[in-house]
Design a binder for this molecule. Structure first.
Ligand SMILES: *[C@@H]1O[C@H](CO)[C@@H](O)[C@H](O)[C@H]1NC(C)=O
Ligand SMILES: *[C@@H]1O[C@H](CO)[C@@H](O)[C@H](O)[C@H]1NC(C)=O
Ligand SMILES: *[C@@H]1O[C@H](CO)[C@@H](O)[C@H](O)[C@H]1NC(C)=O
Ligand SMILES: *[C@@H]1O[C@H](CO)[C@@H](O)[C@H](O)[C@H]1NC(C)=O
Length: 506
């Protein structure tokens, strides 16, 4: 406590963000000079008898790094519910792989970074794969999380638990969270207020805007949806204008429940491939088929421009080469996708043509596609057509599908009693459970999953299923057509690397 004695005086004169940044820096410095366990002398009541010379206005003290760690601990153990089991019982080899794979994303440095990091993957991580990376330079790559919520009371605790844990790895000072909530009729707003305060208490920046605006003010359904998405981007532009702050990666989320490593993998693939847009794969239960099927086929188009199917995994892609990669859980180049979470290169937002979510230019004859398809088209047009889908990252919108796509891994050695009858132990690299499409979450990485894709130029035509939005239909209502795309996106120039966001080699 005494170590921060000089700080309150400064912080009164500084703006809140500056004071926070100073606090983070100071905390990092303290944590480097002193080992974690020795920073505070344990529990002691804060009640001190009033002194005669006490000031009437108490300066606000910033929490110490250890206090923040305790808040983080509390939050991440209290709040996960649906996603609690994501990575808890991961197999040791996966923990080791993930720890090495994502180490370069770590955005802070301190003696305990290793344990903070691996704790998110397993309880006993200390015995495996954990190396104290003294060679690691903390990353200052900045992430902007844009999130749209609507009647999301049930998932907010999990969403924040995941955000806290991801940000603890990326570095709190590197993360900005922007939430836009429109017209919820449940207690979403009240819950958001609580998490707003908790987020600030660990030193993360967050903006939560809520609105009671409804569709009524807009003529076109897509215009309204685009407006809702753009609203989450308002702070991106405000921070650039006011603070000259630029972000390096945008993570856009709907009301889905990703695991910590799902988000890290999307970021990893986005940066490894210097991709314009990187998306996951989302699944919804199909009652007639009796299994989860691929969901977001209104937006997703393969690299030939053909729509993906609302079908079981083996029939999602028509494009043969893509289907093959998809079956093997390898990243697939696509013309367009969104699928619940998309990681975007912010550059086209910052520089001309200044993309934004929009509805189709109907008067110019543009097909009335989803605002997410149109932004993919605009990325192509702007020369950021490196768009890919990551099949490993499987997202669900409810508990039922979540449990099907992430079955628990069974210990085959124990079941078969191989050890007892003198056989060889099962090889985690050829575990038959990983051959199932909806296999355990901790499937081991293959070497090919780390190799950047070879991107090809876009197709000449894209299957567009328009939604003119006049009626109150809940989806596309115009006959689908093959729409000719701009010549620009068919040139090799559309997929060349323009903005190097690759992960530094360590
Ligand atoms: C709020 O926006 C979401 C899209 O993010 C939409 O699905 C929902 O219908 C909107 N709420 C209202 C009240 O229109
Ligand atoms: C590829 O796209 C063309 C239209 O450009 C379409 O006619 C054809 O069926 C597509 N092929 C596949 C395999 O989807
Ligand atoms: C699986 O069970 C075997 C035999 O009981 C045991 O030796 C092994 O440690 C277990 N493996 C895991 C990953 O728990
Ligand atoms: C685009 O390409 C097509 C055929 O390759 C050509 O007929 C057309 O004139 C081109 N359009 C523009 C605007 O360059």
């Amino acid at each position: 406590m005494g170590k921060q004695a000089g700080l309150p005086h400064i912080s009164r004169r500084l703006s809140t963000p500056a004071a926070l940044a100073l606090g983070v820096l100071f905390g990092m410095l303290v944590s480097r000079l002193f080992p974690w366990t020795a920073t505070t002398p344990g529990w002691r009541s804060n009640h001190v008898p009033p002194k005669s010379h006490q000031q009437s206005r108490q300066p606000i003290q910033l929490p110490t790094l250890e206090q923040r760690a305790r808040v983080l601990n509390l939050l991440t153990s209290l709040s996960p519910h649906y996603t609690k089991e994501c990575t808890r019982n991961a197999q040791p080899l996966y923990i080791q792989q993930a720890t090495e794979r994502y180490a370069a994303l770590i955005g802070h440095k301190g003696p305990s970074s290793g344990s903070w990091f691996s704790r998110f993957f397993a309880d006993d991580a200390d015995s495996h794969g954990r190396s104290s990376r003294k060679d690691l330079v903390p990353s200052d790559h900045k992430y902007f999380f844009a999130i749209n919520l609507y009647n999301s009371f049930d998932i907010i605790p999990d969403l924040f638990a995941t955000l806290f844990r991801v940000s603890a790895i990326l570095g709190y000072h590197n993360v900005f969270v922007s939430i836009y909530e429109n017209g919820s009729t449940d207690q979403t707003k009240a819950l958001l207020r609580i998490f707003d305060a908790l987020t600030r208490s660990v030193g993360m920046r967050i903006t939560i805007r809520t609105s009671m605006r409804t569709r009524g003010a807009f003529n076109h359904r897509i215009e309204y949806l685009a407006e809702v998405r753009n609203a989450a981007f308002v702070p991106l532009h405000e921070l650039r204008d006011a603070e000259n702050e630029y972000f390096d990666t945008i993570v856009f989320m709907n009301d889905v429940l990703p695991c910590v490593d799902d988000i890290l993998e999307l970021i990893y693939q986005s940066r490894t491939n210097n991709a314009g847009i990187t998306c996951a794969a989302d699944y919804m239960y199909h009652d007639e088929i009796g299994a989860p099927v691929f969901y977001d086929n209104w937006v997703a188009r393969d690299i030939n421009g053909t729509a993906l199917e609302n079908a079981p995994f083996e029939r999602i892609f028509h494009h043969a080469e893509s289907a093959q990669r998809f079956q093997r859980h390898l990243p697939v180049q696509v013309q367009s996708c969104w699928n619940g979470i998309a990681v975007l290169d912010p550059e086209p937002f910052y520089t001309p043509p200044h993309v934004r979510f929009r509805m189709a230019r109907i008067t110019e004859g543009e097909c009335s596609a989803s605002e997410c398809s149109l932004i993919c088209n605009d990325y192509w047009e702007a020369g950021y057509g490196r768009i890919l889908m990551v099949p490993r990252v499987k997202l669900a919108y409810d508990r039922k599908v979540f449990d099907i796509v992430h079955p628990p891994r069974r210990n085959l050695t124990a079941i078969r009693g191989y050890a007892r009858i003198g056989g060889l132990p099962d090889d985690p690299r050829s575990d038959p459970q990983d051959r199932a499409w909806f296999g355990p979450h901790d499937r081991l990485f293959t070497e090919e999953e780390s190799q950047p894709l070879e991107f090809v130029p876009g197709p000449s035509h894209v299957w567009c299923w328009g939604w003119d939005g006049a009626g109150d239909l809940d989806g596309p209502d115009v006959d689908p057509i093959w729409e000719r795309v701009s010549n620009k996106s068919m040139r090799p120039d559309a997929v060349k690397v323009r903005h190097d966001r690759s992960i530094p080699k360590i």
